[in-house]
Write a protein that binds this ligand. Structure first.
Ligand SMILES: Nc1ncnc2c1ncn2[C@@H]1O[C@H](COP(=O)(O)OP(=O)(O)O)[C@@H](O)[C@H]1O
Ligand SMILES: [Mg+2]
Length: 317
């Protein structure tokens, strides 16, 4: 498959060459949720593998990860989103601002938001010794119980104990191998690029692909770009493809760089869940699936009803 990212080529190609799985797409691959990105990587992520998405703060990593989850939900898959730094409610609200309704999927028990922040930040949690087998067992208990097909860990860094020297390499390798052994899911790991060294260190590990998001200076100012730096078993062009994040539309990959030939109309990604959401949708949701009793000390299932009740109590107090 040859895709040219020039002028109208990508759009034309997108329409001709983006089969949905139902139309006989590659069953070994999962759509990323962004049609034009799928085209750049041979149809999507290989099932059961781990992928890394990296970039500075605000480049769109969480939004790409959300699009990946939503695409799965749209295909009838279940998904787990592990949130470490952002509150699950913030991710849900940001998705809502793009026209994506995560609350319905949570209510329908298609999506489980796991909050790892309390472990890392609450009650001396940051000082707790993190044990990779225990972390993966805890995560696997939720993922396997739900029967999820897609997992996002946003960001993955805090799950790797000791962020110094060789230990990162060894521990990152152990984490990724362990995820692969215990989960059958396709995993998207978010890795903020605090320093350029970080990605290179992680890249050596058994991740099947690396996607880099950047803010790039052009003649017309700063643009967001996506670069597929590594994609196992797939030929990729090492080109930075501009994209935009647009309210109500989501991620829109431009067919040409600004300043190049006149740009063709952009193709928004399809809305996985069309319900428009106006404000923070923290209401009318069924309880989460019950927690596994023997696990649950690193990741907590986010329950919007409980959170709402807590906030009401706080305000009333
Ligand atoms: N509804 C929206 N419309 C336009 N841009 C948005 C919208 N929501 C978020 N963004 C943009 O996306 C950025 C955050 O993306 P995010 O995926 O959270 O970044 P990262 O995870 O890489 O830090 C914001 O800084 C903002 O510019
Ligand atoms: Mg983020």
């Amino acid at each position: 498959m040859h895709v040219v990212d020039k002028g109208e080529g990508l759009i034309a190609s997108a329409q001709e060459m983006a089969p949905t799985p139902k139309e006989g797409g590659d069953k070994k691959r999962l759509s990323t949720g962004i049609t034009q990105l799928d085209l750049l990587i041979g149809g999507g992520f290989l099932k059961g593998k781990a992928y890394l998405i990296t970039g500075d703060s605000g480049t769109g990593k969480t939004i790409f990860a959300t699009a990946f989850i939503l695409k799965g939900l749209m295909e009838g898959e279940k998904a787990v989103y592990v949130s470490v730094d952002d509150k699950p409610s913030d991710i849900v609200e940001q998705a809502a601002s793009l026209g994506w309704d995560l609350m319905k999927a949570i209510a329908d028990k298609q999506l489980l938001m796991l909050d790892a922040a309390p472990f890392f930040t609450g009650h001396g949690g940051a000082k707790k010794e993190l044990d990779i087998p225990k972390t993966v067992a805890d995560l696997a208990s939720y993922v396997n119980r739900l029967g999820a097909a897609r997992v996002v860990i946003d960001p993955v860094g805090p799950l790797v104990p000791s962020r110094e020297g060789r230990h990162i390499r060894d521990n990152a390798r152990t984490l990724i191998r362990s995820l692969r052994e215990h989960l059958e899911t396709t995993n998207l790991l978010v890795l903020p690029s605090a320093g350029t060294g970080d990605v290179e260190e992680w890249e050596e590990y058994p991740v099947a692909g690396v996607i880099i998001l950047k803010l790039t200076q052009t003649q017309k100012g700063m643009v967001r770009t996506v670069l597929v730096r590594k994609m196992r078993a797939t030929a990729v062009e090492l080109t930075e493809h501009p994209f935009r994040i647009i309210s109500g539309k989501g991620v829109v990959v431009d067919p040409s760089m600004p300043g190049a030939a006149p740009s063709a109309p952009v193709e928004p990604i399809p809305m996985p869940i069309q319900t428009p959401v106006a404000a923070a949708p923290v209401q009318a949701v069924q309880p989460q699936p019950e927690l596994p009793e023997e696990e649950g000390n690193i990741f907590e299932a986010w329950n919007p009803i409980e959170e709402k009740a807590k906030n009401v109590t706080k305000k009333g107090a």
